[in-house]
Design a binder for this molecule. Structure first.
Ligand code: SIN
Length: 505
């Protein structure tokens, strides 16, 4: 997830003006101050729809980030002593500012991530809801009183903040992945150093500006921007620093494994939300129209660039052709283009490297005998980061589109005979984030829900993300859960307090 292909840097050096771009901060945010890299280096932020440069931000290195870690440690000493109500009120202030600025925020998502504006508004509302949720959860960070087996002892367990944490966030949800982590961290009493993806740093800086307006103290919320080249040294510093007590990362499984390894040097807590290979199963008894609507929503949200996107459509033989015909019809209605224009529902991929990856996966399928029923190539008439919505059938398990997370607008269809076979194919992967299935048989619904080896299941539903529900995976898709009433757990430590020698009457 953290790759910006060098070809994107060869684009025109013209600076593109967005309506509000003059109000976008262009410096990193450390200890409540706006600052540049000590080296003076910067990097450009590219609009993926047009290739134009929309901002230039500081390219920090590990030395700069150490300053942010120090600031987060100093701020933690007082932040951890604030009451839950005080933290709740500050998060609520932040939430109110975010809601007031939702159109401005959506414009940024479209500009730096390429999402259609309507979808950007959806992400902003999803992102804001985490701040609202954790402003409320802050006050419910309960401990436990446990009846003691010994008369002279009392047992209490309280939750305390971990300490300063490092949050490493992806480009595919520029606002929601920061708010999902940071508002939970702040609610728990942690301070944070946020490293946003190099493709989408503007949102992180705007969020920082709004924390300042909300009255969140200096050093509690720090944003360190860096290019792809400097990202590995910053990730390593955050993971290995004794001044950072927890890491939360959303991104690729490959990078997640590296960070996990680096965290072992300080036995650091790590939350990982990594890649998926979501099966989307359609059984013979399913409502096909609902299944197609769910498939479209799951597959083409953010142009297929979400960790929970349907990656493999598994269709039971009796409805196989009918489902594919209907899916093909629906795909032909997609309107591709620059997300800021009206009526667009499919934007570009984030960068050229992502286009090359999707194209490699499609060509691999083609070369190994799959059929391409729709699309199958770059949509150059829209721009070099656009890819045609693509439908592939006759897929085999030796094809990359079967084994790899595609992260693009490519629907891969595989037929199966029995429930047992469908489940076998669905679980034949080392990933386990989300899984979906459509069925009208109640017993089958229970059986399949339990049998899918994933952290999240959509039953007759293609969009499952919700602030109130626990987001996370099994197998190599990650560790821990975000959002929901479990969302504070990654940021708290349980402390057991034993009261002894209590005199009983
Ligand atoms: C992700 O793709 O990483 C997050 C998707 C979501 O929260 O819906």
């Amino acid at each position: 997830m953290f790759f910006l292909h060098t070809r994107t840097l060869r684009t025109s050096l013209k600076m593109y003006n967005y309506r509000h771009s003059s109000a976008w901060p262009s410096q990193a945010y450390i200890n409540g101050s706006w600052c540049n890299a000590k080296s003076g280096k910067t990097f450009n932020v590219i609009n993926p729809a047009t290739g134009e440069i929309i901002a230039t931000v500081p390219d920090l290195n590990a030395t700069d980030v150490q300053i942010a870690i120090n600031a987060a440690n100093i701020a933690f000493q007082s932040w951890k002593t604030t009451t839950a109500k005080e933290r709740s009120d500050l998060l609520r202030n932040w939430y109110n500012i975010l809601v007031k600025n939702k159109d401005y925020l959506a414009e940024i998502v479209t500009a730096e991530a390429g999402k259609p504006l309507q979808e950007s508004l959806g992400e902003v509302s999803y992102g804001n809801s985490f701040v609202e949720w954790f402003s409320e959860e802050a006050r419910r960070n309960y401990g436990e009183y446990v009846p003691s087996p010994i008369k002279s002892k009392e047992i209490l367990m309280i939750r305390q903040p971990l300490g300063p944490v490092g949050l490493i966030t992806p480009w595919n949800f520029p606002i929601a992945m920061i708010t999902r982590k940071a508002s939970a961290a702040l609610a728990a009493g942690c301070t944070c150093v946020i490293k946003p993806a190099e493709n989408t740093p503007i949102m992180a800086l705007v969020l920082a500006k709004f924390t300042q307006e909300a009255g969140i103290p200096n050093g509690v919320f720090n944003v360190v921007t860096a290019s792809r080249e400097n990202t590995p040294q910053i990730g390593q510093l955050l993971c290995e620093s004794p001044g950072i007590y927890g890491i939360s990362f959303t991104g690729s499984t490959e990078v997640g494994k590296l960070l996990y390894k680096q965290c072992s040097s300080t036995v650091k807590r790590i939350g990982l939300e990594l890649g998926g290979n979501a099966p989307f199963i359609v059984f013979d008894n399913a409502d096909l129209d609902k299944a197609v609507a769910g498939a479209m929503a799951s597959k083409f949200r953010n142009c297929g660039q979400t960790c929970v996107s349907a990656n493999r459509f598994l269709i039971q033989k009796q409805v196989y052709s009918k489902f594919i015909d209907k899916l093909m019809e629906a795909m032909k209605k997609l309107v591709m283009g620059n997300g800021k224009d009206c009526g667009i529902n499919l934007g570009p991929l984030i960068n050229i490297s992502q286009v090359e990856k999707v194209d490699r996966i499609v060509n691999d399928a083609k070369n190994k005998g799959a059929k391409i029923l729709v699309g199958g190539k770059q949509a150059m008439n829209y721009g070099e980061r656009f890819y045609e919505p693509t439908l592939i059938t006759d897929v085999k398990d030796n094809m990359a589109c079967y084994t790899e997370e595609i992260f693009g607008p490519v629907a891969v269809c595989i037929g199966f005979e029995s429930e047992e076979e469908g489940l076998k194919i669905a679980n034949n992967t080392n990933r386990g984030l989300a899984g979906y299935f459509y069925s009208n048989d109640l017993s089958q619904v229970w059986r399949v829900s339990k049998a899918l080896e994933v952290g999240m299941v959509g039953v007759n539903e293609g969009i499952i993300s919700s602030t109130e529900a626990a987001f996370g995976g099994v197998k190599e898709s990650g560790l821990g859960r975000e959002g929901s009433s479990h969302g504070l757990e990654d940021y708290t430590e349980i402390k057991y307090i034993c009261f002894g020698n209590i005199q009983q009457n």
